[in-house]
Design a protein around this ligand. Structure first.
Ligand code: SF4
Ligand code: SF4
Length: 170
């Protein structure tokens, strides 16, 4: 047996001991303690509302088209009677597939979707609870606004839209 074979594990244990005794500790006692996340952290999504409570999303499906994981489902609809020409009747994100790349946010022409710092709610016991619907994503927005005190008001980036191009979650 070579000397290197004996010294290798001893060196490895030394690294473990140094890490155990190092300050500050790397681990936090979640959920009592929370990491101070960067402002650009990409956690779970939010679907935004205007100040009057109406939905910003126009159901154009550009986010679904841009998603490399094919995990967004949008069913667009038109409802002129309600004062909105176009909206998302259904909007779902399958978090069992999402890779949190943020492409959907970049693709949205009206800033209707964003990413929050929330991740802990993503724990699940079966894959069906991984699919978050429109109401749950709007709740994410309301909670973030309540916590950060940000004005729920967004300026449209452009008026461009495309025909619905829905993708399934299966
Ligand atoms: S963050 Fe990326 S993978 Fe997740 S829904 Fe958006 S585009 Fe798809
Ligand atoms: S791209 Fe924006 S407006 Fe279009 S469906 Fe997605 S979230 Fe809604």
């Amino acid at each position: 047996m070579s000397l290197e074979t004996i010294l290798g594990p001893i060196r490895g244990l030394g690294v473990t001991l140094r890490t155990m005794l190092a300050e500050p500790k790397v681990t936090v006692q979640f959920p009592e303690e929370r990491l101070n996340l960067t402002p650009r952290y990409r956690g779970m999504h939010e679907l935004r509302l205007y100040e009057d409570g109406s939905e910003v999303c126009v159901g154009c499906s550009l986010c679904a088209a841009a998603c490399p994981a094919d995990c967004i489902f949008v069913e667009g609809a038109e409802e002129e009677d309600e004062g909105r020409e176009r909206y998302a009747r259904q909007y779902m994100i399958n978090y069992a597939r999402c890779i949190f790349c943020g492409y959907c946010v970049e693709a949205c022409p009206v800033d209707a979707i964003g990413m929050t710092k929330v991740m802990q709610e993503l724990t699940m016991t079966n894959r069906w609870t991984a699919v978050w619907d429109k109401d749950a994503l709007i709740e994410n927005f309301k909670r973030r606004v309540a916590e950060e005190g940000e004005e729920p008001k967004y300026v449209l980036k452009s008026q461009s839209m495309m025909a619905p191009h829905n993708r399934g979650l299966d």
